[in-house]
Write a protein that binds this ligand. Structure first.
Ligand SMILES: Cc1ncc(COP(=O)(O)O)c(C=O)c1O
Length: 406
């Protein structure tokens, strides 16, 4: 069996090799924070440090990559089986696996967003959403939210926070950011030059602020009035995390474009997708080879995505997410933080501006891995695997109460 630690005998050896060839700053930063973890064995809701053997409950879940926990048996079995016959496939050709996953994704929207373009990463899928919006409207403007995060690629990066893009030269023209949950600010920014309004319905990196009632519907109205398209980035909020397959249905708002990633991989094989209306999708009728991605929609990834959807759409799965979310809320009600929550998409908001960071360290010491929101360190992002069992919830809540209780 593959040993994830090989060939390094100890933590300092792997850290040195990582620092020399991958990213020294990352090693230094985690040392300074006392978060020197090397992922070793992983199983269900937990992973183990490769060197000291400590098990951690994964409540970071890579923003949803591990929504189904680590190595979910159904996903692993499907991909293992597929490896007997499949590989990445050829993106130039027609593929039954891509077609089948696209059909299933379309069905999750009730067929409202039937067009699907696959990618490898979320940034790439966001880029495509912006490209299609620009091509369709003939406009260049992209309005997004200050402190949001949409990925590290060109257009996604341009729509994100300056901290991630400033070192890389001037931003391309056409990108504007406004404060989240402020319809007046959005109304002032969206005009006849706007191709698309791009938002995470609940921005994760910004600390999971829950939109005010009517905010997302207000965006829809504004876009309709001004001829702009509406794109939701559900890379983190999607695929069951909030108790419905997509969060936007809880708000009764349908976007023109929808981006998914992370969890679609089942944590096993990378795959992302941009869903769009039939009208937008028609662009590819005339431009079938204009957007190509060698590994986008790799057939092994499609298998992982199909297995993931099977789990998420199985009877009772989403009901349980709803029930567990409510349980976390009621059992943590008296804790010294505000719980920002939809389903099991949770942020623990502390009064202390560094409260999320302090909680990160305290919880890691107690065997719970969760990380503060990068653009608001007062908030701890808290994303337990959706597959967590009742007794594991008991233990997790007890740990939170012991470690974070005042
Ligand atoms: C909301 C959101 N959108 C897009 C992305 C980009 O995804 P990727 O890292 O796969 O490019 C991320 C990644 O963290 C994200 O959280």
């Amino acid at each position: 069996m593959a040993d994830p630690t090989a060939p390094y005998p100890d933590r300092s050896a792997v850290e040195e090799a990582f620092a020399a060839h991958v990213n020294r700053g990352k090693v230094d930063a985690y040392r300074a924070l006392g978060l020197e973890l090397v992922m070793g064995e992983r199983d269900g809701i937990r992973f183990r440090d490769a060197y000291d053997g400590t098990w951690y409950v994964n409540c970071h879940c890579n923003g949803g990559v591990f929504n189904l926990g680590h190595r979910h048996p159904a996903v692993v079995a499907a991909v293992r089986d597929a490896l007997e016959a499949l590989d990445v496939g050829n993106h130039h050709l027609v593929s039954g696996w891509r077609a089948r996953l696209a059909e299933r994704l379309s069905a999750t929207t009730g067929g409202v967003l039937p067009g699907v373009v696959f990618g490898v990463g979320g940034g790439e899928a966001i880029d495509l959403a912006i490209k299609v919006a620009r091509a369709h409207t003939g406009r260049a403007g992209v309005v997004s939210v200050t402190g949001g995060y949409h990925g590290h690629t060109g257009l996604a990066l341009a729509a994100g926070d300056p901290a991630y893009r400033d070192p890389f030269g001037p931003n391309p023209p056409g990108f504007t950011q406004v404060v989240f949950d402020d319809l007046d600010a959005m109304a002032a920014a969206v005009d006849e030059r706007t191709a698309v309004v791009l938002v995470e319905p609940i921005p994760a990196t910004l600390g999971m602020p829950i939109p005010s009632p009517g905010y997302l519907a207000g965006l829809r109205t504004l876009c309709d009035e001004r001829g702009a398209l509406l794109a939701f980035d559900e890379v983190q909020t999607g695929l069951g995390r909030t108790g419905t397959v997509w969060y936007h249905v809880q708000e009764g708002v349908t976007p023109d474009l929808l981006v998914t990633g992370k969890g679609l991989s089942g944590g096993v094989y990378p795959i992302t997708a941009t869903l769009m209306t039939a009208e937008l999708h028609r662009f590819f009728d005339d431009h079938p080879f204009v957007h190509v991605s060698t590994f986008g929609g790799a057939e092994l990834g499609c298998v992982a995505g199909l297995a993931t959807l099977d789990v998420v759409e199985a009877p009772g799965f989403l009901d349980r997410v709803v029930e567990l979310g409510e349980r976390f809320e009621s059992e943590l009600a008296d804790m010294p933080f505000q719980l920002r929550r939809r389903g099991m998409f949770m942020g623990l908001a502390f009064d202390d501006p560094a409260g999320g960071m302090t909680a990160t360290q305290a919880l890691v010491s107690a065997g719970v891995f969760a990380i503060f929101a990068n653009n608001d360190p007062s908030v701890l992002q808290f994303l337990p695997p959706l597959t967590i069992a009742d007794d594991e919830v008991d233990d997790l809540i007890a740990t939170l109460r012991r470690v974070l209780g005042s």
